[in-house]
Design a protein around this ligand. Sequence first.
Ligand SMILES: *Cc1c(COP(=O)(O)O)cnc(C)c1O
Length: 399
Amino acid sequence: MTPEARDAADPLRHVRERFALLDYLTYLDGNSLGALPKATADAVAKTVSEDWGNGLIRSWNHAGWIDAPARIGAKIAPLIGAQPHEVIAADSTSVNLFKLLTAALQARPGKIVTEPGNFPTDLYIAQGAANLLGRPLVTTDDVLGDIDDDTAVVLLTHVHYKTAAVHDMAAITAAAHRHNALVLWDLSHSAGAIPVDLNGAKADLAVGCGYKYLNGGPGAPAFLFVAERHHDSLHSPLTGWMGHAEPFAFRDDYAPAEGIRRFLCGTPPILGLAALEAGIDIFADLDLGAVFAKSRALTSLFIELIDATDLGFEVVTPRDPARRGSHVSLTHPHAWPICQTAIARGVIGDFRAPDILRFGFTPLYTRFTDVARAVETLADIIQTREYEHPRFQRRAAVT
Ligand SMILES: *Cc1c(COP(=O)(O)O)cnc(C)c1O
């Protein structure tokens, strides 16, 4: 089937119309910043003009502001195999990592186990928490081999941000549980793109990002998951008043809220949450099986078309669709200038040091014709050597 025919047969083809995407743009970076849903501008404008402008302080009760973190968490839950009351939208992924990692360390003696090449913030937060609590941090390529009775918590990113390789959540979680350790999963590159079954895997803890496949907007609030069985025994180290049992009793002494709310810290960012909710609401009436199947079909087509060229790219993403996320990474010695040239031609992917070109295939709005166009553009850039032009060599602050 041609890419055009596959777009025509795609059961999700109309979902793209819910996004404000320019038709000529081939946007393959939704794994870094999701596209803008058309509903977001109105949702944020209503929150600003009506709820804030007219409702003012009354909107905490009347416009559902105070319930927004739990309400939005409950909407994220079905995407990650969680119960509605096990997820809450709050803070950034980095802050949520700190809260849950520290909570886990306080509940279990021993070390943190993670892997080298994990996303930087995950490693940096692990280093900070290990220093703060005086715990060993083991960074190892043999995670399963290094989990032992002295392990407090295993910290891993489910889909690797560079290679898109997927960890076996159920197997690693089971291995940790055999040693009475907890596992904290970072779902930043998983949620909304590939199947995640936290409770099926008996997962303990998870965090994830709101601005990638959930389309919540730049710097959107993140989310966190704590399995119900840990709700009473784990405690947030950031004992802010929004996680108090009775925030509006204004008592002098902290007492944690029941359930997931104890992992809130301060006043929720309502404008950011309004945008995040508009992004997540797109999933409400979609067949998630179709979403995840399309992710695999898009990444498979991209790998197939790249394999059919001879341009010096090496696919570093696993070829088994069940073992990869929704992006594909290629290495090339001239990755940076090739990426810049592709962006100048309207094919937007990104570069990850030192030599990776990364292309994200968000199933909600990426077309099969986008995949074909990206490969044709890359081929032309390399064959014409356009990437050698000096203007494509300069490095920008954000890659
Ligand atoms: C994107 C991403 C983050 C982002 O963290 P922020 O606090 O939002 O900057 C964290 N971890 C992983 C694995 C990511 O991919």
